[in-house]
Design a protein around this ligand. Structure first.
Ligand SMILES: [Zn+2]
Ligand SMILES: [Zn+2]
Length: 156
C-alpha cells in the first residue's frame, strides 16, 4: 500500500474508519477524524472518503435506508437488515471473499471493475423477533435469506 502518497487529511480519514467497528457514515467519520486532525472540515472528509473509495482503500456500503457507510476491512461480506438498516459483518473468516471477487472480476470481462461488494439483505434477528417471524414465514420471503446466511443472494 502506497501510504506515503496519502495526504494528511486522507490518512486521518482512513484512520478514523479503521478505528471504528460500526461501519460509520460520513458524519461519524468526521467526528472521529476531528480527534486526529481538529481543523479538518466535513467537506474534506466527504472528498477523502470518495477518493479513498475510488482507490480501493475503503468500501462504501449503501444501507437499506440511511446514508452510505464506510468500511476499511475489505475482505468480508455484509448483512444488511432491510427493516432497521443495521449493517454487520458476516462472521466467518474462512469464507474466501477474495477468491470469489477475483472470479467475478474475471467473469466481468472488459468491464472495468472498481469495487466488489457482497451483501446479504434480509431481516436481522431483532427485527425477526419483533415481527414474530417463524422459520416458515422467512422462507415465504423468497429470495431474501432472512433466517440463515448460508447462501449468497446477488443483488443485481
Ligand atoms: Zn433489523
Ligand atoms: Zn464490514
Amino acid at each position: 500500500m502506497a501510504r506515503s502518497r496519502l495526504t494528511k487529511q486522507k490518512r486521518a480519514v482512513l484512520e478514523a474508519v479503521l478505528r471504528s467497528r460500526t461501519h460509520p457514515d460520513a458524519a461519524a467519520v468526521y467526528q472521529e477524524a476531528r480527534s486526529l486532525l481538529p481543523r479538518i472540515s466535513l467537506g474534506t472528509v466527504y472528498r477523502c472518503l470518495e477518493s479513498l473509495t475510488e482507490e480501493g482503500k475503503l468500501l462504501r456500503i449503501q444501507g437499506a435506508k440511511e446514508a452510505a457507510r464506510y468500511d476499511a476491512k475489505l475482505d468480508h461480506a455484509h448483512r444488511i437488515c432491510q427493516r432497521c438498516g443495521i449493517i454487520e459483518d458476516v462472521a466467518g473468516d474462512q469464507i474466501q471473499i477474495s477468491d470469489l471477487s477475483r472470479q467475478l472480476v474475471t467473469a466481468a470481462g472488459s468491464f472495468q471493475v472498481r469495487e466488489v461488494a457482497i451483501e446479504l439483505r434480509g431481516l436481522c434477528a431483532a427485527c425477526q423477533e419483533q415481527l414474530g417471524f417463524s422459520e416458515a414465514a422467512a422462507e415465504d420471503l423468497g429470495g431474501i435469506q432472512a433466517k440463515r446466511n448460508t447462501q449468497i443472494s446477488w443483488n443485481r
